[in-house]
Design a protein around this ligand. Structure first.
Ligand code: G3I
Length: 331
């Protein structure tokens, strides 16, 4: 009998998974969700293009199925996400004549979107990724030059947080990003969030996505430094999209068709060390969400190389626990 991950971690943090509706309909994925997880994130179903595809049309169908499954089975739900440069439909940035929308109209639309979705899920979703991936990767800039930034200006971030707080005074508000434990992004994220907090902008926590790989040598030191800096701002910390790729980002090979024993071993060790770190920040890290359930379905199969199989999760393609699973439940 395999031990339950959420049981093992019940005194530390929530254990989450990103899901599509298909996962709830896949017998084995459903079983894994019920046994090991106590938190869910919609992998795509709550994104702007899915939930609000046209100006006068909301589509809550898939997101509702995920939230209903969670309610029936006592799982918590993280909302993902309101403001992002990806998966936002074109109508949002265009006016009726097809020109770029004005700042006033875009803010009105954002507020309406946030109000509608927040109200729909009030008391069902406990935390929202309010703004996703707004910090620029290039050295010279703090904020990414997305349409949100170009049209509204840098205050779009703080306004988004205010809109969500006004719509739902109870829900926890997160800023979510990738690589925000790496020094190049850590310090600008820290400075930016600090400036917002100093102004009284309601931000409860930071999401560290955690799309890592088995070759990332600086990972553990970077992560500890980041957790401590963010915690010093009084922020809660959640690992929001964890997966450990078998490939270094720059590696575009297609040769590997099954994971080697060495890869599985490295991966298990990486997960083991990561969870040691997570446990050592008990009370600060409040949730660890995997970006998927098993290697049967992972976005890494299409990124950064389309159609290349990867195996970044705790359960294999047959949905059996991997070495990584046994390493993190044994402490
Ligand atoms: O559903 C359509 C299908 O109808 C269509 O035929 C097919 C053709 O491309 O596309 C399908 O949509 C895909 C969708 O995933 C659902 O599978 C999109 O092309 C694809 O781009 C989309 O990828 C998602 C990606 O975000 C898009 O940005 C991944 O599933 C999702 O895991 C990923 O998640 C993001 C987080 O939200 C934010 N952080 C990074 C993370 C990984 O990129």
């Amino acid at each position: 009998e395999i031990i339950s991950l959420k049981e093992v971690y019940k005194d530390y943090f929530l254990i989450g998974a990103a899901v599509e509706v298909e996962d709830l309909e896949d017998g084995l994925h459903r079983q894994l969700l019920l046994k090991h997880f106590n938190s869910l994130t919609a992998e795509n179903a709550m994104k702007f293009e899915r939930i609000h595809p046209k100006e006068d049309e909301f589509n809550f169908k898939d997101a509702d199925k995920i939230v209903e499954f969670a309610m029936e089975n006592n799982l918590k739900v993280r909302g993902h996400t309101f403001v992002w440069h990806n998966q936002t439909p074109e109508w949002v940035f265009k006016d009726k004549t097809g020109n770029e929308v004005s700042k006033e109209l875009l803010l009105e639309r954002l507020k309406f979107h946030i109000n509608t979705v927040c109200n729909h899920y009030k008391n069902k979703i406990y935390a929202w990724d309010v703004v996703n991936e707004a910090i620029e990767d290039k050295e010279d800039y703090v904020l990414r030059k997305s349409p949100w930034y170009r049209i509204i200006g840098k205050e779009y971030v703080e306004l988004a947080f205010k809109f969500v707080r006004e719509a739902d005074p109870e829900v926890e508000l997160y800023y979510n990003d990738y690589n925000n434990e790496k020094p190049y992004k850590l310090y600008k994220t820290y400075d930016f969030l600090k400036s917002l907090l100093d102004k009284g902008i309601p931000i409860d926590g930071i999401g560290i996505q955690g799309h890592w790989d088995i070759y990332d040598e600086g990972l553990f030191d970077n992560l500890k430094r980041a957790i401590e800096l963010y915690a010093s701002l009084g922020l809660k910390i959640q690992i929001t999209e964890l997966d450990i790729s078998m490939f270094e980002f720059e590696n575009k090979t297609r040769e590997v068709l099954i994971p080697t024993a060495e890869m599985l071993e490295f991966q298990a060790l990486t997960y083991k060390k990561l969870f040691e770190i997570f446990r050592s920040y008990k009370g600060i890290i409040t949730s660890v969400t995997f970006w998927g359930i098993s290697d049967k379905h992972t976005w890494k199969d299409n990124f950064p190389v389309k159609g290349r199989k990867d195996w970044p999760l705790l359960f294999d393609e047959k949905q059996n626990p991997k070495k990584a699973f046994f390493e993190i439940v044994d402490f």
